[in-house]
Design a binder for this molecule. Structure first.
Ligand code: GLA
Length: 726
């Protein structure tokens, strides 16, 4: 042993360490190896260095595949950096080993590349600590045509005892040199999906949530990173990222002193230390990335196509037009009132009638939001003939029947709470904090999981006529304690909760494949691509004023396809009816109004609108490609178009949000060679189109170059223009 080694050993012993430090011998040099992770247009290239560490050489254009460098890269280029053994910045992993060692030193063991089908390939890289039997498998799944890369980590160990995970990123790529502009999508109840963009500078910018459940209340787990300038729709290098996790998450954008950006994403490590037993597997949630050199519009189209193909349920089926009763009745309904509304669903041409909150609770009836959650028995005073009667009434009118559930929650004023006060999430010795008069049920407790599943099963199994569910979740966690978990497992609560939730959602989707499902969390409090695997649509916001919906739907459209974004026509703030219809057309159309109370003109417009949507617009909007044309953040109007995959049919929407001169809008995505008939549709009763070029035929190239000029000048003017190839 060299004198300096001896000295080091002496110092450690003097400090009370009994373990021998690692001998300072270098690992045998092996040859370096590239691991390319490719999609059609993008590539991420990893390198196994001669030191057996895993590095990242590139993420960006498929045209720039790097070669093996002459010299092993610096530690700052590690792909999944670990804390405690030489890495200087934000680590992806921090593990405390059974002997208290807070460092990890992962080295490459092996990797496999498996083609799952002609479009999807899984690259799995096994890493192991150089000393401890501690393993990390990094998984990279590529979706070739959609340019999406999915990443997650699987962590396990064979140490004698518990290893504590303090940090556990899903993904932590370094984005190549340049200045980056970060766009986040923040908000609050009734104000979801708002864009804010800023340039990243040195240090760590953290976007996170610590709310555990309804965790996206203030921020959806999505972001854009645009290189060398603010993100543009149709040009420039942009990375889009979204995490499939409904709980607390953290995005940390770390710009090191050399100006290099690392984007760490995953479960929020805050108050979430996870004690991992021997052989237990810790899975991180999935992180989804897409890269494009053609701006954020292409990033959106990549995610939309990918979500329609791989994530959302039944995207081959068009989303039904539904009529909801919430904004019409609130909690105040009975059987005759609902039956009358049901009849209007049929008159309107709606395909589903969705009965919202308020149908349950006996001893503690759900007549307002102060009671009843937890007691999922029909309220016999409101609905004396039960759900079967309503489903039949709907069936007789050729309308499907749907129901609202909020199975994860309980009101203290409920039989459930009186039976099981310890089933809630809360802290010992603290006054329970209510939100909307309710508490979260503790899904880490097996009996609660069984109960929540039973609520769903007992509602749906005996009532096969219920073929639609709106799954709501109206509060977040402010006292993250479990009366079930042991003291040293308390920090597991919010992680275990969300995996248990997915398990129940999965059972729901598997056992009731014919039930269409809407994900809701007081609006957009839970919108992510893990939860959405079990749903068809989500409810973006309780704010249904179409003026605000222009912004909210614009925001969500960056990552989520229109077929998933429920958009209802309501009378909130009594906006002009045509504008209200036109805004809802650009999502999965529904209604939440009393059709019988509309004026004769409005009734005629609603009927014509439903027919137009069902016969013409629905497949283009729900299955086509979106082009955002004019941002509502830039001026008085917003415009977007959807183009069918074969480019034979397109529809353009323009919404005037303030008065201003008529302006030309240039559609995108058309086939330049083909000729399209231009037709303004959905005209208000008694009006004719004032669109120059109405009912003429123009080639796609001219249309996209010269645009069209809808006669929209006043606040709430709007136009819907179809292009049909001839
Ligand atoms: C939440 C939902 C609403 C409605 C109410 C019912 O706020 O977002 O759409 O279902 O709950 O209480």
């Amino acid at each position: 042993m060299s004198p300096s080694n001896l000295f080091a050993k002496f110092c450690l012993l003097a400090l009370g360490f009994t373990l021998a430090p690692h001998p300072l011998t270098a690992a045998p040099a092996t040859s370096a190896e590239l691991i390319p992770v490719n999609t059609a247009r993008s590539q991420m290239t990893l390198l196994v260095g001669t030191d057996q560490r895993l590095y990242q050489l590139a993420y960006g254009s498929a045209g720039n595949s790097p070669a093996i460098p002459a010299k092993t890269p610096g530690r700052d280029a590690e792909f999944y950096p670990q804390a405690g053994d030489g890495f200087l910045f934000e680590p992806a992993l921090l593990a405390v080993h059974t002997d208290g060692n807070t460092s990890t030193d992962l080295r490459y063991v092996s990797h496999t590349v498996t083609a799952l089908d002609s479009n999807v390939t899984l690259t799995r890289i096994e890493l192991k600590d150089s000393y401890y039997p501690f393993h990390v498998a990094l998984n990279l799944k590529t979706y070739r045509n959609e340019d999406v890369i999915e990443q997650w980590a699987e962590i396990s160990h064979d140490e004698k005892g518990q290893v504590t995970l303090e940090r556990f990123a899903s993904s932590s790529p370094e984005l190549p040199g340049g200045n980056y502009w970060l766009t986040q999508f923040h908000g609050d109840w009734a104000k979801e999906g708002q864009l804010a963009e800023e340039q990243l500078t040195f240090g760590t910018k953290v976007l996170d949530t610590k709310l555990g459940v309804r965790a996206h209340q203030y921020r959806t787990p999505v972001f854009l990173l645009s290189k060398n300038g603010p993100a543009r729709e149709d040009a420039g290098e942009v990375y889009g990222g979204t995490l499939g996790w409904s709980g607390s998450y953290q995005f940390a954008f770390d710009v090191d002193p050399a100006g290099k950006l690392r984007a760490l994403t995953g479960i929020n490590p805050f108050n979430s230390a996870y004690h991992l037993a021997r052989h237990q597997l810790f899975n991180t949630p999935k992180m989804f990335w897409s890269w494009s050199a053609a701006g954020k519009g292409q990033i959106s189209r990549n995610f939309h196509r990918w979500a329609r193909r791989y994530i959302l349920r039944d995207t081959g089926q068009l989303r039904p037009v539904l009529l909801n009763n919430w904004e019409t009745t609130g909690f105040n309904f009975n059987e005759p009132k609902l039956t009358a509304l049901l009849a209007t669903a049929h008159d309107l041409g709606a395909e589903v009638f969705l009965l919202d909150d308020g149908w349950f609770g006996d001893k503690y009836p759900r007549d307002n939001d102060r009671a009843g959650l937890g007691d999922w028995q029909v309220n016999p005073r409101k609905l004396p003939d039960g759900l079967g009667y309503l489903t039949q009434a709907a069936h007789q009118r050729d309308v499907r029947f749907g129901i609202w559930l909020e199975p994860e929650m309980v009101n203290p004023a409920s039989e459930l709470y009186h039976r099981h006060p310890d089933w809630v999430i809360g802290q010992l010795h603290r006054e329970p904090q209510l939100q909307r008069n309710q508490l979260n049920l503790d899904l880490s407790r097996p009996a609660v999981r069984d109960y929540v599943w039973k609520v769903i099963n007992d509602t749906l199994a005996p009532n096969p006529g219920i073929t639609y569910v709106k799954w709501d979740c109206n509060r977040f966690v402010t006292q993250p304690g479990s009366f079930y978990l042991k003291p040293d497992e308390q920090s597991h609560l919010l992680i275990d909760y969300n995996w248990a939730l997915y398990d129940i959602m999965g059972r729901f989707a598997t056992n009731f494949p014919n039930v269409t499902a809407m994900l809701c969390s007081g609006g957009g409090g839970r919108v992510d691509y893990q939860a959405l695997r079990y749903f068809h649509t989500f409810w973006p916001s309780d704010r249904t004023d179409p003026r605000d919906r222009v912004f909210i739907q614009w925001g969500y459209s960056h990552f989520f396809p229109a077929c998933a974004i429920a958009a209802h026509v309501t009378r909130m703030n009594e906006r002009p009816f045509k504008f209200t219809l036109d805004v809802a057309f650009s999502g999965a159309l529904g209604f939440d109004l009393d059709f019988a109370k509309l004026s004769p003109d409005e009734k005629a417009e609603a009927l014509a609108a439903v027919a137009l949507y069902k016969n013409d617009l629905r497949p283009i909007v729900q299955q086509g490609d979106l082009y955002r044309l004019v941002s509502p953040y830039d001026g008085q109007r917003s415009a977007l178009d959807f183009v069918s995959e074969d480019r034979s049919h397109a529809v353009l929407f323009t919404y005037q949000i303030a008065s201003g001169p008529a302006d030309t809008v240039k559609p995108q995505g058309l086939d330049p060679q083909r000729h399209y008939r231009i037709r303004e549709v959905n005209l208000a009763v008694g009006t004719a189109s004032r669109l120059p070029g109405q009912d003429t035929v123009v080639d796609g190239a001219t249309l996209m170059r010269d645009g069209i000029t809808p006669a929209c000048t006043k606040e709430f003017d709007s136009a819907v223009i179809e292009f049909t190839a001839e």
